[in-house]
Write a protein that binds this ligand. Structure first.
Ligand SMILES: [Zn+2]
Length: 300
């Protein structure tokens, strides 16, 4: 039992030291939706017709790759209007302040995570520095409540509170048009559960009830219809293997209406196993990164 892609998926030490090694070419997923993330952290760009929405940033040191990706796709950084952050972990918000400085974009975060960030600056700062020396916490312009909709141009993104991975993590759902077909897009916020062992929760001053909430959140979004499933991290929805399939001629490799349930079921099953484990076993599993096992020798 290694928890696979929900386990320890830290990049190799060399890649953490040299974030440019994580960079990959950006690409269009479908319609107005683009992948501008790297091999560690997913970032998605939506061209709404009235400006760009960015869903999640990478760590601060990877911001140059993100900016390169935006231009390489033919967009202008100055058109970035909204930055929506799925949850208060620095591998999803670390570059927010840099991007706001460059663009003046408006920022969004779930209200529960926003409060957690405000009230626990030391815990957040510890996480920031642990993942990247330049990560910074940020103060969102908009604090989203459960069910709030972020709207810009042709896009209406519904934000659903799915606590567990953090106290305020949100999942996102919207529709896009792809060559005359309407596709439902969904992304489950916060699929990792490493931080939900009793010891870690105690250490971080977080409530034990997050363990129950983690399961309730999966049930909460189970019925959402999702044609294109995205991930907070590329290994959550096999972003790069799908991209390879597209390049081999399988045009709709990202369209898979069964993936949402397969993903949520796997997440639930693995979490239930995790919940029964003694701390020593958890520590042993998490002491080794599954990164190389997932990505293999070469790049996927
Ligand atoms: Zn996270």
């Amino acid at each position: 039992m290694k928890f696979n892609r929900f386990g320890n998926m830290m990049p190799l030490p060399e890649e953490k030291k040299k974030p440019y090694l994580l960079y990959e070419e950006p690409f269009r997923i479908a319609g107005n939706l683009y992948f501008v993330g790297n091999r560690w952290c997913s970032s998605h760009l939506i061209d709404t017709g009235e400006g760009l929405i960015l869903l999640d940033t990478p760590c601060a040191s990877a911001v140059s790759g993100l900016i390169d990706a935006i231009y390489r796709l033919g967009f202008q950084l100055r058109d970035l209007k909204y930055i929506v952050v799925s949850h208060a972990h620095p591998d999803h918000y670390g570059a927010v302040n840099a991007l706001v400085h460059l663009t003046g974009a408006k920022t969004f975060l779930g209200e529960v995570d926003a409060r957690d960030m405000r009230e626990n600056p030391e815990r957040l700062e510890g996480m920031n520095k642990n993942l990247d020396p330049f990560n910074e916490s940020f103060v969102p312009d908009v604090e989203l409540a459960d069910g709030d909709v972020v709207e810009l141009g042709n896009t209406r993104m519904r934000c659903v509170w799915t606590p567990g991975h953090t106290v305020g993590v949100m999942s996102h759902f919207w529709e896009l048009e792809d060559e005359g077909v309407t596709r439902k897009v969904g992304i489950y916020g916060g699929a990792g559960f490493a931080s939900l062992s009793p010891e870690r929760l105690r250490k971080n001053g977080l409530p034990m009830s997050l363990r129950d909430q983690f399961l309730e959140s999966i049930d909460k979004v189970w019925e959402e219809p999702v044609d294109i499933m995205l991930g907070n991290h590329p290994f959550h929805n096999d972003t790069y293997p799908k991209r390879q399939r597209v390049l081999r001629g399988e045009k709709d490799a990202f369209v898979d209406p069964g993936e949402w349930h397969r993903f949520l079921q796997e997440l639930k099953d693995l979490f239930l196993a995790f919940r029964e484990m003694p701390q020593e076993e958890i520590d042993k599993i998490y002491s080794v990164s599954q990164w190389e096992m997932y990505y293999g020798e070469g790049k996927q």
